[in-house]
Design a protein around this ligand. Structure first.
Ligand SMILES: Nc1ncnc2c1ncn2[C@@H]1O[C@H](COP(=O)(O)OP(=O)(O)OP(=O)(O)O)[C@@H](O)[C@H]1O
Ligand SMILES: [Mg+2]
Length: 385
């Protein structure tokens, strides 16, 4: 990665190697630093330099669109989503079939994923959990849609939720149970969130590519839409992620603080972190300060607990420059020594304190000129100079 500033020697890092050697028990990584401290550049170097070693990279949501150029440069693909863009993702897609599933297992897997995803989308729009009655209504609507349609799409499910078959619902109770969910999902089909999830997918997921990034920079500031998009996208990538034969992969959440406030998404992230080891995934979570995790949900809430467990489960924590009011909280969270704490406000661009389990390193990330050019995010600020 660059130079170890204590010893002057080179500093190398690979979470899978550390895991294989028993030095860490999970390959997840958390990276925090103030605006412009070099976090995204470090992330890009970490993952591009690991591609020649056979690793792949997924960015399930890139709010600034800054990983797009990198994805294209390494022979991968960036998919831009947003209003006015031609790309659509169908939440009812079967998805990539992982190896080692027989037909019955695969059918079960598809059914449960569809149910989970449509449920998560409805919960995101409703901003609450579904009731058992609503779950049943969703279940029946999906089941009937899938049976009758060649390519099931969300509008069909909404239609069945709002107007179930008379024969199945003689007393109209099913329709009552599904009314709120139906109207919530209708927003994705006919309301302000229409045009992204309401038809067959226009892009297919190719898990053999070295890198896939979901470019959300065209999504106008709409918290619900970003959350819905990320939920769909992470589910869309999930089947590829959860393929035990999929090899070793980075899953990068840049600008994670924007994403952590969405409960359905946070639950998915948490699941991925728990499964990381088993499936060869290294999750990378990037935010500004460690206390971003404390702003998730209400104190004592399940969301707050989930966010804290993400930090607790990351054995590699990299701290870039922090504001002085953050030093106490950062030191407490990471158990830093006084010397380490005093270093943090003085660090320059690309310098960070790396805590790998209980060991500490101060590292200057060195970039190749080609990386500097490709990864540059200051172009728009300086007019491309
Ligand atoms: N190791 C480095 N060596 C030299 N220049 C660097 C290094 N890291 C970052 N930079 C420069 O700093 C700029 C900002 O870096 P980067 O976009 O990675 O910051 P960031 O921490 O992700 O900021 P933000 O919080 O705004 O996302 C880069 O465009 C690059 O020019
Ligand atoms: Mg950044």
């Amino acid at each position: 990665m660059g130079q170890d500033l204590y010893s002057g020697s080179s500093f190398v890092y690979d979470p899978w190697v550390l895991y294989a050697r028993g030095l860490i028990t999970a390959p997840n990584l958390v990276l925090a630093g103030i605006v412009g401290s070099g976090k995204s550049c470090l992330a890009k170097s970490l993952y591009t330099r690991s591609i020649p070693f056979g690793r792949r990279v997924y960015v399930p949501g890139d709010p600034k669109g800054e990983h797009t150029a990198v994805a294209e440069a390494v022979g991968g693909r960036a998919i831009a989503l947003g209003h006015g863009m031609p790309n659509r993702l169908n939440p009812l897609d079967e998805g990539h079939r992982p190896s080692g599933f027989d037909d019955a297992q695969w059918a079960g897997q598809i059914a449960s994923r569809r149910r989970d995803l449509v449920g998560a989308l409805a919960e995101t729009v409703l901003e609450r959990r579904l009731s058992p009655l609503e779950h049943t209504a969703v279940d029946i609507a999906i089941d009937r849609t899938v049976r009758t349609a060649d390519v099931p799409v969300l509008p069909m499910v909404v239609e069945r939720l709002l107007a179930p078959d008379r024969a199945e619902d003689p007393d109209g109770r099913l329709a009552d149970d599904g009314r709120l969910v139906g109207h919530a999902l209708r927003r994705l089909v006919a309301g302000d969130l229409a045009g992204l999830f309401d038809g067959p997918s226009t892009v297919s997921f190719d898990p053999t590519l070295p890198m896939i990034s979901l470019d959300l920079s065209r999504v106008t500031e709409n918290a619900t839409l970003i959350s819905v998009l990320m939920t769909c996208a992470s589910a869309w990538m999930e089947s590829a992620l959860l393929d035990p034969a999929g090899g070793q992969r980075w899953v990068v959440y840049d600008e994670a603080w924007r994403l952590m406030s969405h409960p359905a998404l946070l639950r998915r992230m948490d699941a991925h972190w728990r499964l990381a080891r088993h499936y060869g995934i290294a999750n990378m979570l990037i935010f500004h300060k460690l206390t971003d995790l404390d702003n998730v949900g209400d104190q004592g809430s399940a969301m707050r607990a989930l966010a804290s467990s993400l930090l607790a489960n990351a054995e590699t924590r990299i701290v870039y420059r922090q504001e002085s009011d953050q030093l106490g909280a950062t030191s407490a969270a990471l158990g830093l020594t006084g010397t380490e704490q005093s270093l943090i406000p003085t660090m320059g661009t690309g310098q960070g304190l790396w805590r790998i389990k209980h060991r500490s390193f101060v590292v200057q990330h060195q970039m190749h000129p080609a990386e500097l050019e490709l990864f540059d995010t200051t172009g728009r600020m300086t007019g491309g100079q």
